[in-house]
Design a binder for this molecule. Structure first.
Ligand code: ADP
Length: 537
């Protein structure tokens, strides 16, 4: 046969080569994955169809044979395409052997039908200056219906899969594939199946050319979304080209000496080429592994957040439930002590006092818990108002005088600054009061002897409230930690009694909400400490 190399046939050959390249790319990337295999078979069928058109257009005799060669591949293109949609992007769970068999059997039946002379193709005529024309047989309609329905079904399957997918990456993968096949398949079906029915054959080669859109969108997807792994493929291709180039050099060597030299170089590049490909493969695998792990981490993280929220909710509910009965206990305790229910003996008074103090401690603890859960859920509410900070500090110091005295400690409020008072600041009085309260309460708790000095001063654009004690001090390494939740330093129990380690955490959060900060200064264990609240003026 004499090959015709007119414009159309040349374009057909170019498109065929591009399809072959894509096939090689995908094969080189991963020939083991089922999805790649199915896809490669699809591409092989497409290439066969394109080359079939080239031969059919070139042929001058055995026309029916060449027409059959041209009409068989589309049955496989349609079959493998539909099959592919059951595996892409992930294998359908409901996919059965039955469906595989059905697609396969239908495919074979249709392909066989084409082979039978007269069934699909009856005769072919050469028309000078025009495309050949075909007289179709009685089974042509079945052929057309088969191909059109397989494609329509496959495309709509991809379409539905795209809509159902929750994964944006996967969605885009499907989208690119869908666009490519949609643009390629529809004109192909129109010009190869429908128009010939009406005796119009002039564009029957257009479908082959249009496969370029399929190639383009799949390649784009490869590059953009790494549908298949591009990096490895590129390395393999590059290394392969270098091998071929050097091998040709070896063959073309003018002298034996040059041949040996170049041969050595060839061996060298082969060894290093293999090593490079292996290392790239390794890198890609590691990267994939990392991606997988980071995905798992993200999922675990989301789950942890969920659990954390559950915990906060639980703490909040439990604390609310605890608070009311505790308040009742405290209330009755105080009434008994005040003699509201008559005189009580010294021993009973002692016991009730303990009940009263314990309930007070518990209420404080529950309140701290509530604060923590509010902070964690972002539900802490602040009422900012211009307030005299000086007044707050001095009233808290007053409140603690008795407690300090009972413990034999001096508690003094030193007004160091010459400026003002009062300092009028925009703040939530109750919350700031809570911080000072916590500082002084701690100072008394953690100071076995000596005393506490509270002072308030202005430094630059800030007001500092300092609570300095002569207590157990805080080690340098612990100074950051004590502002964390449930953080208590060794020795705290022995000196200060039971505590939950929440007070300073809440204090820090409140200070931050005021654009301020809390800090601790201490020379170390046993050398006292100073707790500082800084607020912007
Ligand atoms: P709690 O006092 O209930 O344990 P806080 O959050 O108020 O909780 O304090 C956390 C920890 O910081 C305390 O357990 C203690 O170890 C340490 N701490 C707080 N204040 C002082 C202080 N004035 N002197 C020494 N250590 C302190």
């Amino acid at each position: 046969m004499q090959f015709v190399l007119d414009g159309i046939n040349t374009s057909i050959l170019i498109v065929a080569s591009i399809n072959i390249l894509l096939g090689i790319l995908i094969y080189a990337n991963n020939r083991k994955a089922v999805i790649n295999r199915i896809y490669i078979i699809n591409i092989i069928a497409i290439i066969a169809w394109i080359l079939g058109m080239f031969l059919y257009r070139s042929a001058v005799d055995s026309l029916i044979f060449w027409a059959i060669v041209l009409y068989i591949p589309p049955t496989f293109i349609a079959g493998t395409f539909l099959y592919f949609t059951y595996f892409f992007p992930l294998r359908d769970v409901s996919f059965l052997r039955l469906k595989t068999a059905l697609i396969f059997i239908l495919n074979i039946i249709l392909a066989t039908l084409v082979v039978f002379p007269g069934a699909v193709i009856e005769s072919v005529f050469i028309r000078p200056g025009m495309e050949k024309s075909i007289v179709f047989g009685p089974w042509y309609w079945l052929y057309a219906v088969y191909i059109i329905s397989f494609f329509t079904f496959g495309l709509s399957r991809l379409f539905i899969k795209m809509f159902r997918s929750r994964n944006t990456f996967e969605r885009r993968q499907i989208l690119y594939l869908l666009i490519g096949y949609f643009i390629a398949a529809n004109p192909a079906m129109a010009t190869n199946l429908v128009l010939p029915l009406f005796g119009y054959f002039e564009l029957n080669w257009l479908g082959q050319i249009f496969t370029i859109f399929m190639v383009m969108s799949v390649t784009y997807a490869i590059v953009k979304l790494r549908l298949f792994n591009l990096k490895v493929i590129m390395t393999e291709l590059l290394v392969f080209i270098i091998w071929v180039a050097i091998f040709v050099e070896v063959l073309l060597a003018e002298t034996i000496k040059k041949g040996i030299l170049k041969g050595g170089l060839f061996v060298f590049t082969v060894i290093f080429g293999v090593l490079i490909i292996k290392s790239v493969l390794n890198e890609v695998r590691r990267k994939e592994e990392m991606e997988k792990i980071s995905g798992q981490l993200a999922a675990a993280n989301a789950r942890l957040k969920e659990l954390d929220k559950l915990k906060s909710d639980f703490v909040s509910i439990a604390s609310h439930q605890l608070r009311s009965p505790l308040t009742v206990i405290k209330g009755y305790g105080s009434m008994i002590l005040e003699g509201s229910f008559g005189e009580i003996s010294g021993a009973v008074k002692n016991v009730v006092e303990k009940i009263f103090q314990s309930s007070e401690r518990l209420i404080d603890f529950v309140n701290d818990l509530l604060d923590v859960s509010r902070i964690e859920r972002g539900k802490m509410q602040y009422n900012f108002e211009k307030t005299d900070i000086f007044g707050i500090v001095s009233s808290v110091v007053e409140e603690f005088q008795l407690t300090a005295k009972k413990k034999g400690l001096i508690l003094e409020f030193k007004k160091e600054t010459a400026e003002i008072p009062p300092f009028k600041l925009k703040l939530d009085a109750n919350k700031i009061r809570q911080i000072i309260l916590n500082f002084i309460d701690n100072a008394i708790k953690y100071t076995p002897q000596g005393g506490i000095i509270v002072n308030i001063l202005k430094t630059g654009k800030r007001v500092e409230i300092k609570v300095k004690d002569t207590g157990i001090g805080v080690d340098k390494k612990d100074q950051k930690k004590i502002f964390e939740q449930f953080m208590r330093i060794g020795g705290a129990n022995a000196v200060g009694g039971i505590g939950a380690g929440l007070g300073l955490y809440v204090a820090r959060k409140i200070a931050l909400a005021h654009n301020g900060e809390v800090a601790v200064e201490s020379e170390g264990k046993g050398r006292g400490s100073t707790f500082i609240l800084r607020l912007p003026l």
